[in-house]
Write a protein that binds this ligand. Structure first.
Ligand code: BG6
Length: 481
C-alpha cells in the first residue's frame, strides 16, 4: 500500500477562543465567544450580551494558552508536529472592529507565537476567523448581514497578511464556513443576535443567515485576492464542516433526501469557494425557501476571482437520514441524525465512523481535484488524571482507526497533504462549553467550574502520536484491548 507522502503535515489544531483565555489582556476587546456561558451535553450554552457575572464564561480563561504558548509549542515539538493550526482572535487585533489603528500588542503576540513555531520548524496553518469576531460587530453593525462587515474583515486580513507574510503560507479564511447554514451558528459565525434559543428558525431568520453567509464568502474571496497581491506564495483553503450523510434505508426517497441535503449543507460553500459561483441547486434551495440574496454582478466576479487553492475540512462522524420515522437519534458536530445501527457512539453520542472518512476523502477529491487536508478530527472524551498520568486507549483507538482509513484513501489516489488533530491540547468544547470533553494529547488541569492549576500532563496518546509522526504514519501500534 502507498504510504503517506514525504513531508506530510502531521500536527494538531486549536482555536483562539477555546484555548487562549486572557480575554481582556494585551488590549484585546470582547469577542462573541467571551459572552457564551458554560453548558453541558444536556444544558445548552447561552449568549449573555449583558455579560451577567452570575454566569461562568469558559472562553475568558480557557486553558491560558496566551501565557503558556511557549510551553505548549515545546510540547507540540516534542510530539514531532510538522504543522500547527491556530486561529487569530480578531478582537486582539481590532478590539472594536473599526479602530483606526490595529492593536500592536495583539499583533506582537501572534508574531511571537509564529517565531516560536519557526524555531521548531513547525508549519503554521492560520484560521483567520474561528467562531470569532469583536462583539462590537454584533452591537454596532448587527453582524455579517451588513455588507460593511466585509470591509472590516478585509482590513483585518490585510493587516495580518502584511505583518505575517514571511511566516505563513497556509490560510483558512473561515472555520467551518458552512455551519452558518444552521440557526445554531447565528451568533458565533454570523454575528446575529437573537433572543430565540438555538438561533432564529423563522423564514426571515433563514434569509438573514443566508445573506450573512453570502457576505462571508464574498469576504473570503476578497481576502484571497488581497492576500495574493501581498504574497503570491500564499495558499488559501476552504474549511468545511463535513457531516457525512447516509440514507438510513435504500428507499429511493431516502437516497434523494440525502443527495439534496448533502449538496446544500456540505457542498454549497465549497462549490462557491472552489468553483467560484453558486451551483444550480443553491438557487433552487433559495427560491424554495424564500431567500433573496443580495449579490451584485461585481460581487459575482469577486467570487470567481477569489477561489481557494485547497480543500480542508473537519470530520468527526457521520449521520443517517430518512424519510421514515426512526426513534433512535444521535448527536454530532453541529447536527445529529438518525442512529446508524453499524456504528458505536462516543460519550457525547457522536457516531464513530472511520470508514466514512475514507469515503469522504474520495468524495471531495473527486468533486474538486485540489489538494486536501483534514484540519479537524478527534475524540471528545472525559479523561482521568491519576498520579500525573492519563491512560486514554479510547482516544488512541479512535485516531488510529481514522488514520488507517486516511492511508487507504491515499492509496486510492487522494492527494492528501496533512492532518491536524483537533484540540491537540485540552481546550473548551464549543458545543457544550465544557472542559470535561477533552480531545488533547496533553491534559490540562482545569475543570468546568474554572478550578485547576493549568498544569500540563502528557497523556498516553501523546507518546503514541509521537511514534505515528516519527514513522510518517507507518507505526500505528496494536488496536488497544
Ligand atoms: C468543530 C469546531 O465544530 O468541532 C471546533 O471547529 C470544535 O471549534 C470541534 O471544538 C469539536 O466540537 P466540540 O463541540 O466537541 O468542541
Amino acid at each position: 500500500m502507498k504510504g503517506f507522502p514525504k513531508g506530510f503535515l502531521w500536527g494538531g489544531a486549536t482555536a483562539a477562543n477555546q484555548c487562549e483565555g486572557a480575554y481582556l489582556e494585551g488590549g484585546k476587546g470582547v469577542s462573541v465567544s467571551d459572552v457564551m456561558t458554560g453548558g453541558s451535553h444536556k444544558e445548552p450554552r447561552r449568549a449573555s450580551l449583558s455579560m451577567d457575572e452570575a454566569y461562568y464564561y469558559p472562553s475568558r480563561t480557557a486553558v491560558d494558552h496566551y501565557h503558556r504558548f511557549r510551553e505548549d509549542i515545546a510540547l507540540f515539538a516534542e510530539m514531532g508536529f510538522r504543522a500547527y493550526r491556530f486561529s487569530i482572535s480578531w478582537a486582539r487585533i481590532f478590539p472594536n472592529a473599526d479602530d483606526k489603528e490595529p492593536n500592536e500588542e495583539g499583533l506582537a503576540f501572534y508574531e511571537n507565537l509564529l517565531r516560536e513555531l519557526k524555531k521548531y520548524g513547525i508549519e503554521p496553518l492560520v484560521t483567520i476567523s474561528h467562531n470569532e469576531m469583536p462583539l462590537a460587530i454584533v452591537q454596532n453593525y448587527r453582524g455579517w448581514p451588513n455588507k460593511k462587515v466585509i470591509d472590516l474583515y478585509v482590513r483585518f486580513c490585510r493587516t495580518i497578511f502584511e505583518r505575517y507574510k514571511d511566516y505563513v503560507t497556509y490560510w483558512l479564511p473561515f472555520n467551518e464556513v458552512n455551519d452558518l447554514m444552521l440557526p445554531l451558528s447565528d451568533l458565533l459565525q454570523g454575528g446575529i443576535y437573537s433572543e430565540k434559543e438555538g438561533g432564529d428558525r423563522s423564514p426571515e431568520g433563514l434569509n438573514r443567515r443566508m445573506n450573512a453567509l453570502n457576505n462571508v464568502m464574498i469576504a473570503s474571496a476578497r481576502a484571497v485576492k488581497e492576500g495574493r497581491k501581498i504574497n503570491p506564495a500564499f495558499r488559501f483553503g476552504t474549511m468545511i464542516c463535513h457531516i457525512t450523510m447516509y440514507p438510513r434505508t435504500c428507499s429511493p426517497d431516502d437516497i434523494l433526501l440525502v443527495q439534496q441535503d448533502d449538496l446544500v449543507r456540505n457542498c454549497m460553500c465549497s462549490d462557491v469557494m472552489l468553483r467560484g459561483e453558486y451551483p444550480y441547486y443553491a438557487w433552487r434551495f433559495f427560491e424554495r425557501n424564500g431567500v433573496s440574496l443580495a449579490l451584485s454582478e461585481e460581487e459575482k466576479e469577486i467570487l470567481k476571482e477569489g477561489v481557494c487553492d485547497f480543500y480542508s475540512f473537519s470530520y468527526y462522524q457521520s449521520i443517517c437520514e430518512s424519510t421514515q420515522v426512526f426513534d433512535e437519534k444521535t448527536s454530532g458536530n453541529i447536527m445529529g441524525g438518525v442512529k446508524n445501527p453499524y456504528l458505536e457512539l462516543t460519550q457525547w453520542d457522536w457516531p464513530i465512523d472511520p470508514v466514512g472518512l475514507r469515503y469522504t476523502l474520495n468524495k471531495v477529491y473527486d468533486r474538486y481535484h485540489v489538494p486536501v487536508i483534514i484540519t479537524e478530527n478527534g475524540l471528545g472524551a472525559s479523561d482521568v488524571l491519576e498520579d500525573g498520568r492519563v491512560h486514554d486507549p479510547y482516544r488512541i483507538a479512535y485516531l488510529r482507526r481514522h488514520i488507517e482509513e486516511m492511508k487507504k484513501a491515499v492509496d486510492d489516489g487522494v492527494e492528501l497533504f496533512g492532518y491536524t488533530a483537533w484540540g491537540c491540547i485540552d481546550l473548551v468544547s464549543v458545543s457544550t462549553g465544557e472542559m470535561r470533553k477533552r480531545y488533547g494529547f496533553i491534559y490540562v488541569d482545569r475543570d468546568d467550574e474554572g478550578n485547576g492549576s493549568y498544569a500540563r500532563y502528557k497523556k498516553d496518546s501523546f507518546y503514541w502520536y509521537q511514534k505515528v509522526i516519527a514513522s510518517n504514519g507507518e507505526e500505528l501500534g496494536e488496536e488497544p484491548g
